[in-house]
Ligand binder design. Structure first.
Ligand code: GLN
Length: 236
């Protein structure tokens, strides 16, 4: 194996070599944007492509054009929230999520999708998901851990999940379905076309959650098309 000290060493080579090339999207693939201001952007782009989506970066308001879904990655929610405002993305994304755009928030992304947080200090959020979320909820000793989750409705056995300074859902509205818990605390929830995970599904090779989100995005797109056809908006 090539080591850092050897003359053949190329930075990043091991990282690009150890993964197969990203697949081309199928013809009818939905387009899913990954909010690309800070955090685990590349991992989500790859995971979405592996799950059968066309995945694009969202950095500025023009990038939201034509999106069928949105992923908000993990990172630092205070930083991402501030950058959302600076980029002029808060309002357009809030509008789209409120209008039914499917969104999947992971870790910091779950925090940003939350309607409110269990903390005094205010911080910018997108909201839309009817939950109160507690940041860094697992405390110091469990800053990072991995565990196998039983996920409601997910075929194929337990889901291995990586938690990094993870939040949990402290309180959830009646329309929020809890799909997985750790010690009685919700860590995977769904509300209509919104999905939120306290952990990092982009950091493991299990693509079941990304595939579930792509399915949700396809369902939303089909529903929109049916509604548009009924309203006579689409020719033929
Ligand atoms: N603790 C971070 C926050 O509050 C989230 C951590 C993560 O996304 N891995 O934003």
């Amino acid at each position: 194996m090539t080591s850092r000290a050897s003359p053949e060493w190329v930075p990043g080579e091991r990282l690009t070599r150890q993964r197969p090339p990203e697949p081309e999207p199928p013809e009818d693939a939905p387009t899913i944007g990954v909010l690309a201001l800070q955090g685990n952007v590349l991992e989500h782009l790859r995971a979405l492509r592996e799950a059968g989506a066309r995945a694009v970066r969202v950095r500025r308001p023009a990038d939201v054009e034509g999106l069928d879904g949105l992923v908000i990655p993990g990172g630092e929610s205070t930083t991402i929230g501030r950058l959302l405002d600076l980029a002029g993305l808060s309002e357009p994304l809030q509008g789209l999520v409120a209008a039914g755009l499917p969104a999947f928030g992971t870790c910091a992304g779950m925090i940003l999708l939350s309607d409110s947080l269990d903390q005094e200090r205010p911080q910018p959020l997108l909201g839309g998901l009817h939950v109160v979320t507690r940041r860094n909820a697992f405390g110091r000793q469990l800053e990072s851990f991995e565990t196998d989750l039983d996920v409601t409705g997910l075929d194929g056995g337990p889901l291995h999940a990586v938690f990094i300074r993870a939040p949990w859902v402290q309180r959830a509205g009646d329309d929020v379905e809890v799909l997985a818990e750790v010690d009685g605390h919700p860590v995977l929830v769904r509300q209509g076309y919104l999905l939120a995970a306290a952990f990092h599904p982009e950091l493991t090779d299990d693509r079941r959650l990304h595939r579930a989100f792509v399915t949700l995005v396809r369902q939303a797109r089909d529903a929109r098309r049916v509604a548009a056809d009924a309203a006579g908006e689409r020719p033929g």
